[in-house]
Design a protein around this ligand. Structure first.
Ligand code: IPM
Ligand code: MG
Length: 359
């Protein structure tokens, strides 16, 4: 039975990296007997320019009818002055909530040949392998009421940080399941010393933990977690946290690996369908110049194979191809050491190198 994949190149370097990643997807589909039907649609700034909306209804419909969505990036200076609710980012947030992609998986893995690019000492990050599980459809990002109002002749901005038990329960189970398949350790991050909503978070996660006696659960306040991530990152295996803390901590974890251009992500719904995107942004300054690093998007395709297409062998093949290319000293400019014996290539040549390594 064929599976539908929706491709959303988006803005900036999105189209550059997505076209290369699609070639990789098509190649592994061919090799591993996956029957895929690919379609494309508009999202983000380009969708605003062409339709007036960052998430045209047609795009959401197509996404709903797909097993997986591959997204490049959204946003850019051109749309920066728009009001919050009509910005390109709303396209992404609309997809997350419209598809109920509540579980965001953000691995921070150090690729051995790139260890020198980390801002931390090599011994602190050698073999680093952290998985951040971020709740993605709730918390302060989506809580109501929200807005800016006028009170006593001045404006007052407000958002609502809210989680219901079922939202905490389901993200906790995703994180425990993943921890069980990895190092068996889960750290739940909250601010339970101050915020009631995260006191509830801690209670529910602890309760769910009783179903996972084989996973070691710990709890950490978010400020300490930020500090521990840069002090001794290897103490973490899987981290589970809410939407906003996860947004922040996943950027910190990304930087530990020294290569934002390398990090993929998956956002999953309960039925295993999902949206896959690189962690990096739209980098408008290098868009369309064949300079962007496509590896994060290619590795997002690997996650798609693993989590939505039930094709773990295809995922493994992509990941080893990427490792081989790095071992051969092939680099895009963002991951090239200042002095080193490497070959610097553009987006398309990097994609070709991965295709060659797949063969
Ligand atoms: C991310 C991004 C988004 C977020 C923005 C672009 C809305 O920072 O995916 O981490 O805050 O979730
Ligand atoms: Mg972010």
């Amino acid at each position: 039975m064929s599976q539908r994949i929706l491709v959303l190149p988006g803005d900036g370097i999105g189209p550059d990296v997505v076209s290369v990643a699609v070639a990789v997807l098509e190649r592994v589909a061919d090799r591993h007997g996956l029957d895929l039907v690919l379609d494309q649609a508009l999202v983000g700034g380009r969708a605003i320019d062409e339709t007036g909306s960052p998430l045209p209804p047609e795009t959401l419909e197509k996404a709903r009818a797909s097993r997986a969505v591959l997204l490049g990036a959204v946003g850019g200076p051109k749309w920066d002055d728009l009001p919050t609710l009509s910005r390109p980012e709303r396209g992404l947030l609309g997809l997350r909530s419209g598809l109920e992609l509540f579980a965001n998986l953000r691995p921070a893995t150090l690729f051995e040949p790139l260890a020198a690019a980390s801002s931390l000492k090599p011994e602190l990050v050698a073999n680093l392998d952290i998985l951040i599980v971020r709740e993605l459809t709730g918390g302060i990002y989506f809580g109501e009421p929200r807005g800016i109002e006028v009170v006593n002749n001045e404006r007052r901005g407000f958002n609502t940080y809210v989680y219901s038990e079922h939202e905490i329960d389901r993200i906790a189970r995703v994180a425990f399941d993943l921890a069980r398949k990895r190092g068996g350790r889960l750290c739940s991050v909250d601010k339970a010393n101050v915020l009631e909503v995260t006191q509830l978070w801690r209670e529910v996660v602890t309760q769910v933990g009783k179903d996972y006696p084989d996973v070691t659960l710990s709890h950490m306040y978010v400020d300490n977690a930020g500090m521990q991530l840069v002090r001794a990152p290897k103490q973490f295996d899987v981290v589970v946290t809410g939407n906003m803390f996860g947004d922040i901590l996943s950027d910190v974890a990304a930087m530990l690996t020294g290569s934002l251009g390398m990090l993929p992500s998956a956002s999953l719904a309960a039925d295993g369908s999902g949206l896959y995107e690189p962690v990096h942004g739209s980098a408008p300054d290098i868009a369309g110049q064949d300079k962007a690093n496509p590896l994060a998007t290619i590795l997002s395709v690997a996650m798609m194979c693993r989590y939505s297409l039930d094709a773990p062998a295809a995922a493994d093949a992509i990941e080893s191809a990427v490792n081989r290319v790095l071992d051969e000293g092939i680099r895009t400019q963002d991951i090239a050491p200042p002095h080193g014996d490497v070959r610097i290539v553009g987006t398309r040549a990097m994609g070709q190198a991965v295709l060659d390594a797949l063969d």
